[in-house]
Design a protein around this ligand. Structure first.
Ligand SMILES: CC(C)(COP(=O)(O)OP(=O)(O)OC[C@H]1O[C@@H](n2cnc3c(N)ncnc32)[C@H](O)[C@@H]1OP(=O)(O)O)[C@@H](O)C(=O)NCCC(=O)NCCS
Length: 169
């Protein structure tokens, strides 16, 4: 289990009362993760929750405010999903509730994902897509060393382009 202190926003392994816990999704989390998905992203991925949980339980992660028993963030990932290179992981969704942003929770989820991908040695790269207009997410991924791969025109159902980014493991 990875714990994160609310006080300094640094991801560490320390134990504390005021903590955000990063852990694997369980089926009981469905409704709460659905709420976080709706609050943070324009696309609903709830139809994939239990499918990907069954496929790769260690790659569907949530961050929980353990004081409030409330899920505040999630990351949903597949291997060899979508139109990306073989033997790579694809982040379908990552979202952190607005009140919990800039506390290192997104970074915690990505770092835990990278750690868990060590158990999938064939996976050499992580891919994701970001809306061209989503400057905050772009800054986040840049900070975490994701690199621009290409722009995909009209990637989203509402016509917006996506930038594909990747991180070599
Ligand atoms: C993108 C998102 C997941 C980032 O989560 P987060 O928990 O706020 O990110 P972190 O606190 O871990 O940020 C790590 C670093 O990334 C950078 N960063 C993150 N958000 C940033 C922002 N809005 N502006 C500038 N830099 C930012 C910072 O360098 C930050 O470190 P710092 O706070 O010490 O300066 C979150 O903003 C979010 O859920 N947005 C809405 C959903 C979304 O856009 N998802 C991505 C779809 S592709």
């Amino acid at each position: 289990m990875v714990l994160i202190s609310k006080k300094n926003g640094k991801s560490t392994n320390m134990d504390s009362v005021n903590n955000i816990i990063c852990r694997e999704y369980t089926r009981k989390d469905f409704d709460q993760v659905d709420v976080v998905n709706s609050a943070t992203l324009r696309v609903s991925f709830s139809y994939l929750f239990n499918i990907y949980h069954k496929k790769h339980p260690d790659l569907f992660l949530v961050a929980e405010d353990s004081l409030e028993n409330k899920i505040v963030a999630f990351i949903l990932v597949d291997i060899n999903g979508g139109e990306v290179k073989k033997n790579s992981a694809l982040v379908y969704a990552i979202g952190v509730l607005e009140d919990y942003r800039r506390q290192g929770i997104g970074k915690l989820l990505i770092n835990k994902l990278i750690d868990n991908l060590k158990k999938h040695p064939k996976v050499k790269e992580i891919y994701l897509h970001v809306q061209e207009s989503n400057k905050d997410a772009y800054k986040f991924y840049k900070k975490l060393n994701f690199k621009f791969v290409k722009t995909i025109n009209h990637f989203y159902s509402w016509g917006e382009n996506a930038d594909q980014l990747s991180l070599k493991l």
